[in-house]
Design a binder for this molecule. Structure first.
Ligand code: GDP
Length: 454
């Protein structure tokens, strides 16, 4: 995400760094570059104007001319202003004082609402909440079924109309085709079953239209949401602003969710929507899996855009999936000077895979922008291959790879659908990792538990 914007901005600053003092002409040239980069990233013209205006004013002030390192100061200003444009500080979801908290999702069809409902449910459950999903999107034929699947994957119940309004979840006297009634009945059911949160999925159209807005407003009035989250596909570029405005006027919303930030999004929507609507971006969706979801932090996002890395998010993701006991076991092993085995290697690899897309993860490290090409060439299937290879070994071979001779290599290659050459490469890499582990053990305690594989 933001790859090309990020590249453009960092190269602009690189030029600036080669200069000691900055003249007004230097600053204007920089502002021009920033303006072009933002416009090319599909940021709304009004936002670009305000942004560059604010940066220019501060860059020409004593704040920069008096600074020890003027170029660095300009970068800091751009960073500050990016944080402001992205909405300042992150805020948590507003919750009901009594009864279920109601979160309603609104947005165009295909924006990613249904997927988000599942992600949000998982996120809330991890925080100890007890969400229930309500399928009030009766427009698209498959929407109800899709939400049921999402609910199942997320492990949360779904309140959905049944064909002919029969069976579990059916409500006497309720037409299966009335989304407002479904939303209301769903809320009552959640309340009776003591769920502390309901997430209401609503219908979207391919374009903004009056009927859609009216229906969303009716659902809103029926369930009085504590949060209305406007879900917007980050890929839609310049249309983002008009769409956001239409929803702000038609239904109103209290927060924004950016979806599909994993794609080739140029970032325009992200950088325009909060500013234009005055509502904060609360979450970001970054893929099709339920774990591809982040709480949105404007400062961290600004760091990523300026290629300063987002180590905090990386650590949070790591904490979520890493098996603490396993990590401690590994650290102990290293400290004790025990051998690091292929089984350990595999276990670490599997944890890494849990962390979701490797590329996404590596992209959060500072300075990774320059390695983007290498990252783009990184093949995640490589991890699957390694897994297959190690799983095709016998326990004895995993414990002592030295016994893996030519005929065993051929057998493992057959078993894992790989080649002997790939087995050789893996064993070489493993040996290097093992050596590194030994060195870490020598370096003493407190250094263990790392990941020598990548
Ligand atoms: P809805 O019509 O607003 O409910 O949108 P859906 O949740 O059905 O999403 C539309 C399509 O976008 C589906 O194919 C999803 O798998 C996909 N999608 C949703 N969120 C993301 C995301 O963050 N990244 C990517 N790459 N795809 C997504």
């Amino acid at each position: 995400m933001f790859a090309s914007l990020s590249d453009r901005l960092t190269s602009t600053f690189k030029n600036l760094r080669s200069k000691g003092r900055l003249s007004e002409a230097d600053i204007d040239a920089t502002i021009r570059e920033i303006r072009r980069a933002l416009l090319d990233a599909d940021v709304a013209v009004s936002v670009v104007r305000d942004f560059t205006g604010a940066v220019r004013e501060r860059a020409l002030s004593a704040e920069v001319s008096g600074a020890l390192n003027p170029a660095q100061q300009v970068v800091k200003i751009v960073h500050d202003e990016l944080v402001t444009v992205l909405g300042g500080t992150a805020r948590p979801l507003q919750r009901a004082k009594t009864g279920p908290t109601v979160i309603m999702l609104a947005g165009l069809q295909g924006a990613g609402k249904t997927t988000l409902a599942g992600k949000l449910a998982v996120h809330l459950r991890e925080q100890g909440h007890t969400p229930m999903l309500i399928a009030a999107d009766l427009q698209r034929p498959n929407a109800v079924q899709q939400l049921k699947i999402v609910g199942e994957r997320a492990g949360v119940p779904v309140y959905a109309p049944h064909p002919g309004n029969q069976g579990e979840g059916a409500t006497p006297g309720l037409s299966a085709g009335d989304p407002v009634a479904i939303a209301r009945a769903g809320y009552e059911t959640a309340k009776a079953r003591q769920h502390d949160t309901v997430i209401v999925d609503t219908a979207g159209r391919l374009g903004v239209d009056a009927e859609l807005m009216e229906q969303a407003a009716d659902i809103r009035d029926a369930v009085s949401p504590h949060e209305i989250l406007f879900v917007i596909d980050a890929m839609i570029g310049q249309d983002a602003v008009a769409t956001a405005r239409a929803f702000a006027d038609g239904v109103g919303f209290t927060g924004v969710v950016l979806s599909k930030l994993d794609g080739d999004a140029r970032g325009g929507a992200a950088l325009s929507v909060a500013k234009v609507t005055g509502q904060p971006i609360l979450f970001a969706s970054t893929g099709e899996n339920l774990t591809d979801f982040e709480v949105f932090h404007p400062d961290r996002m600004a760091n990523r855009i300026l290629d300063m890395g987002d180590v905090l998010t990386l650590i949070e993701q790591a904490e979520k999936v890493f098996d603490q006991q396993e990590a401690e076991r590994m650290a102990q092993k290293v400290a004790d000077g025990q051998d690091f085995t292929l089984a350990d290697f595999l276990s670490q690899m599997q944890q890494l895979k849990n962390m979701g897309s490797m590329k996404k993860m590596l992209g959060m490290l500072p300075g990774m922008g320059q390695m983007r090409e290498a990252l783009d060439n990184f093949d995640e299937r490589e991890v699957n291959r390694i897994e297959a290879i190690i799983q095709s070994m016998t326990p004895a071979e995993r414990d002592n790879p030295k016994v893996i001779n030519g005929s065993r290599r051929a057998r493992i290659a057959r078993g894992s659908g790989t080649t002997v050459q790939e087995i050789n490469q893996l064993l070489q890499r493993f040996e290097a990792a093992q050596k590194m582990m030994k060195q870490m053990a020598k370096a003493g305690p407190g250094v263990g538990g790392g990941m020598p594989t990548m």
